[in-house]
Design a protein around this ligand. Sequence first.
Ligand code: DQA
Length: 150
Amino acid sequence: MDTPLRSKNILVLHGPNLNLLGEREPEVYGTMTLAALNALLRRRARTLGATLKIFQSNGEGQLIDLIHKHRHWAQGLIFNPGAYTHYSYALRDAVAASQIPTVETHLSDIKKREPFRRRSVITPVCLKMICGLGAGSYLKALELLAHRRT
Ligand code: DQA
């Protein structure tokens, strides 16, 4: 039942400061490192028959370039834009321009944090936003994209 109809190419983009997962504000983001999170995603992708490419960048321009570069390869994008979530119209435009079906993910529940985090300029161009489940936010996004009929 877990196997999707067709195997999907899925791009995973982690934005700024997520390279420090595990040591960065563990009370907010947990103790799992980025390497451990990526290993979890790769394991789940294998059972779903999905092919993943995973990148982390602290740079807005680099994230835009990665979206552009993979726009014809990726059938899904799992995107945690970090703090860019709250103000980067350039990243929003890149997601919209790429036409990659995108699920925005956050480890923490951005709706219950400081007021500036409650607004996402990325959500309107995404299929869905999933937050507050830690690594589970990414796993849910992966399952949604892998099972999606296109
Ligand atoms: C985050 C939430 C953002 O507000 C923050 O700037 C991050 C991480 C999350 O995954 O919870 O860097 O995207």
